[in-house]
Design a protein around this ligand. Structure first.
Ligand SMILES: *[C@@H]1O[C@H](CO)[C@@H](O)[C@H](O)[C@H]1NC(C)=O
Ligand SMILES: *[C@@H]1O[C@H](CO)[C@@H](O)[C@H](O)[C@H]1NC(C)=O
Ligand SMILES: *[C@@H]1O[C@H](CO)[C@@H](O)[C@H](O)[C@H]1NC(C)=O
Ligand SMILES: *[C@@H]1O[C@H](CO)[C@@H](O)[C@H](O)[C@H]1NC(C)=O
Ligand SMILES: *[C@@H]1O[C@H](CO)[C@@H](O)[C@H](O)[C@H]1NC(C)=O
Ligand SMILES: *[C@@H]1O[C@H](CO)[C@@H](O)[C@H](O)[C@H]1NC(C)=O
Ligand SMILES: *[C@@H]1O[C@H](CO)[C@@H](O)[C@H](O)[C@H]1NC(C)=O
Ligand SMILES: *[C@@H]1O[C@H](CO)[C@@H](O)[C@H](O)[C@H]1NC(C)=O
Length: 476
């Protein structure tokens, strides 16, 4: 396993470079680096070489521990076995986070938090692990499934590769799993759906691919971050089953409609971030049922038609971004005057009507952006009529419009492409400037709903836009 991970390290660097280039929209350089098909092929080969069984542990698993090491209790002894196995699965630790991981006192290990067991206040157990920002290279051994007392597992911004082992389903108290900004590959890690108490799932900035399983939205999660991976296919139709407060699917390759069930999240959803995918069709009117949400970002897709009239009912909305789509018609004055609105971009669309209240102005309480639309008259930086006319000649009727792929149709991964073909989505009509290049995620922290916290988490939860404040700088 170790050798397999190391052997692919050079590939990882290349892959990371491509991810960076794609993120910055530098299609030319990306094209000469590595195609989707190549990257996917590398990922599959890496999986094959890494996978020993499915990463699960035998039920009677016992670890061979040196006789001269004694433990306060059996649970700490198991934790020791897990942490030592993990230490052996680490082959680069530039910040020496695990240099002190020796001896029986696992509670003194850097990044390890101990606490009284929930079921026995007299027994000290390992309650969490946090190696955020370690730049550590290695993989996750199946033995980590022995850490059955942990409530959080944070390994944000490292270079862990391979898969999330099946044995993670044994982590029956785990509330927070943050593996963001690493080098995990393969399909959606289905094992996370089997972690019974999981609330915070953060898979961002990895190399996961394939479709999202619908079960993701039936699970009782508080936060779902799967942005900046290589996910494809439609957003499962049961999206609206989710009770999460934050759903971030940005920067993947999702196609098809925004599921109409989206409105069913009205009771819980605070932030919906779908930017930079390949979604099409009209914005479903049900989106406007999210009357208590503060952030909605559907920018950078291929959405058509007009804005749902119901947007005027979204009185808590602070950030609305519909930019870089193919939307047309009018921007409603009442939307621009929504009481909580701070930011509203409708740039890079085909809107023709803009009330005064929607015009960007230094005096406006709202940061508005109307660049590159088809607004006649005084507005600067609009599209030329040669670009507007053909689109506006064929207005989309959202009552009859269907999007390219009906919900439930799961796309197979993209077929292999010749290596010299650029793999960034080809912009329609024009090239909007690369926007919102996401920064690598910062250490996760708890949402208000959760009760356990980690000392070394340093940053806030997601910013309102779903972008993540970076405390670690780019490790790609
Ligand atoms: C790493 O940490 C260990 C324990 O704290 C220490 O003994 C060792 O010298 C450190 N190694 C380096 C290279 O700093
Ligand atoms: C914990 O330890 C105290 C003192 O040793 C003892 O009185 C108590 O019964 C113990 N509690 C449990 C749950 O074992
Ligand atoms: C999720 O939604 C689907 C329809 O979209 C429904 O059939 C299913 O029963 C829902 N599941 C749960 C757990 O609510
Ligand atoms: C929105 O929030 C208000 C007040 O917190 C609540 O009364 C209302 O039911 C919520 N709306 C929905 C659709 O959940
Ligand atoms: C706004 O909400 C009210 C009350 O739910 C509803 O009657 C009305 O039709 C909505 N407005 C629009 C434009 O959808
Ligand atoms: C609007 O959003 C941009 C980024 O999308 C951010 O830089 C700016 O601070 C936001 N402005 C307000 C008023 O929230
Ligand atoms: C409008 O948004 C575009 C990107 O969508 C950005 O390049 C431009 O600077 C923005 N203009 C203003 C005035 O914020
Ligand atoms: C979350 O907690 C912070 C600080 O305790 C508080 O200001 C904020 O209102 C809470 N948010 C929600 C949605 O409960």
């Amino acid at each position: 396993m170790e050798a397999a991970c190391r052997a692919t390290a050079a590939v990882h660097l290349r892959l990371a470079l491509v991810v960076y280039l794609l993120a910055t929209g530098n299609a030319l350089l990306a094209a000469s680096a590595l195609s989707d098909a190549e990257a996917s092929d590398i990922a599959r080969r890496q999986l094959l070489s890494l996978r020993e069984g499915d990463g699960d542990l035998p039920d009677d698993f016992e670890f061979d521990i040196r006789v001269d090491v004694t433990f306060a209790n059996g649970r700490l002894r198991r934790a020791y076995a897990a942490l030592q196995a993990w230490r052996r699965a680490i082959y680069s630790d530039p910040k020496n986070f695990t240099g002190g991981w020796v001896g029986a006192d696992v509670c003194a290990y850097f990044g390890v938090t101990c606490a009284p067991a929930l079921d026995d206040a007299n027994t000290t157990v390992v309650a969490g692990v946090d190696l955020n920002g370690g730049d550590i290279a290695g993989y996750l051994p199946a033995e980590l499934g022995l850490l059955t007392d942990i409530a959080f597992f944070h390994i944000n911004s490292n270079r862990f590769c391979g898969i999330i082992p099946k044995s993670f389903s044994r982590l029956s108290l785990l509330h927070e799993l943050d593996v963001s900004n690493n080098r995990f590959v393969g399909g959606f890690p289905a094992v996370v759906l089997d972690i019974p108490l999981l609330k915070y799932l953060d898979l961002r900035y990895n190399g996961f691919d394939g479709a999202l399983p619908p079960q993701l939205f039936d699970k009782d999660l508080d936060a779902i971050f799967v942005n900046s991976n290589r996910f494809v296919g439609v957003i499962p139709e049961n999206l609206g089953n989710s009770t999460a407060t934050v759903v971030v699917l940005a920067n993947n390759a999702f196609v098809g409609c925004i599921p109409r069930s989206v409105g069913r999240m009205a009771g819980t959803l605070d932030q919906l971030v779908l930017l930079n995918n390949r979604l099409d069709g009209c914005i479903p009117p049900e989106l406007a049922d999210l009357v208590n949400s503060t952030v909605v970002d559907v920018s950078g897709n291929a959405l058509v038609g007009t804005l749902p009239e119901g947007l005027v009912n979204m009185t808590r909305l602070e950030q609305l971004d519909v930019s870089s789509n193919q939307l047309a018609g009018a921007v409603a004055e009442r939307v621009c005057k929504l009481p909580a609105l701070a930011n509203f971009s409708f740039a890079y669309n085909f809107f023709t009507v803009e009330p005064v209240a929607c015009m960007p102005s230094v005096n406006s309480p709202v940061a508005l952006n109307d660049t590159s639309n088809c607004i006649n008259g005084e507005r600067p930086e609009q599209k030329p009529s040669t670009e507007c006319a053909p689109v506006l000649a064929h207005p989309v009727d959202c009552r009859t419009n269907v999007c390219s792929r009906g919900p439930g149709t799961v796309m197979p991964p993209a077929p292999p492409k010749p290596t010299h073909v650029p793999t960034t989505p080809v912009p329609k009509a024009e090239t909007p400037p690369a926007k919102k290049v996401p920064t690598p995620p910062a250490p996760s922290q708890l949402t208000n709903n959760s009760k356990i916290t980690s000392d070394s988490s340093t940053s806030e939860f997601a910013t309102p836009t779903g972008e993540i404040p970076s405390t670690t700088g780019s490790s790609y």
